[in-house]
Design a protein around this ligand. Sequence first.
Ligand code: NAP
Length: 242
Amino acid sequence: MLKGKNAVVTGAAKGIGKAIALAFAREGCNIVLNYHSTAPDDTIQEIEALGVQCLPVQGDVSDFEFAESMLKQAKKELGSVDILVNNAGITRDMLLMRMSEEDFDAVIATNLKGTFNMVRHVSSLMLKQRSGTIINMASVVGVMGNAGQANYAASKAGIIGLTKSVAKELAPRGITCNAIAPGFVETDMTEVLTEEQKKKMLEVIPLKRYAQVEDIANVAVFLAGNTYITGQVINVDGGMVM
Ligand code: NAP
């Protein structure tokens, strides 16, 4: 389904984004690999070794102009943007009473506004093509809330509202937009949690294991290849939220 398609994946240097980029490449999809700080040279080589093109683009998705320029570059060099995965995300966890304005703004800027920036600019490309699929990375905490993550949960709940609105607006042109809501995935983002916090998480996961990045990537491959699911939030959380 993805052979010969072109996908933009944000925040793809590591973790879930890297797994999605590699899974798409294994399906024969060319990758525009957005990274923020350090170029992931090994991942770029691994993608190219799969026989597809990899276009690495450094930049910050919270920057409206950068989002536009990356998508223009993708269109110019690959011819089209068929799939967009808004994966880039950060946490700045703190209880509400001690959360700084800066930490609230930073999380909203990267997670929610970054997703808006990319969706806003890809929509003009996809509307002209009359095809395309957008996958936004939400989180189960955007559905259920989480103490200590008011900024992050608000950003992810915002992504869910954005996803459903975009799905409705772009559906008449055959463009789909869905969100994946992972539970607890073993990546650098969750590595910072204490053993106590991790143990507590496991207790509320019916499948009694944390997700691996491939669990999320498999769902992204499924959604990227679909043309009749839109406006949905797929929880990939071992049964945490039912
Ligand atoms: P991760 O390992 O920390 O990776 C996040 C990636 O996003 C990094 O490569 C990071 O690059 C990049 N990034 C951060 N700010 C960026 C910006 N402004 N512009 C472009 N890229 C930026 O996190 P992850 O666990 O793979 O998470 C990926 C996505 O899944 C996030 O949206 C996260 O909220 C979501 N999620 C994760 C979990 C989980 O349990 N891990 C659960 C639910 C949802 P730098 O490091 O160079 O800044």
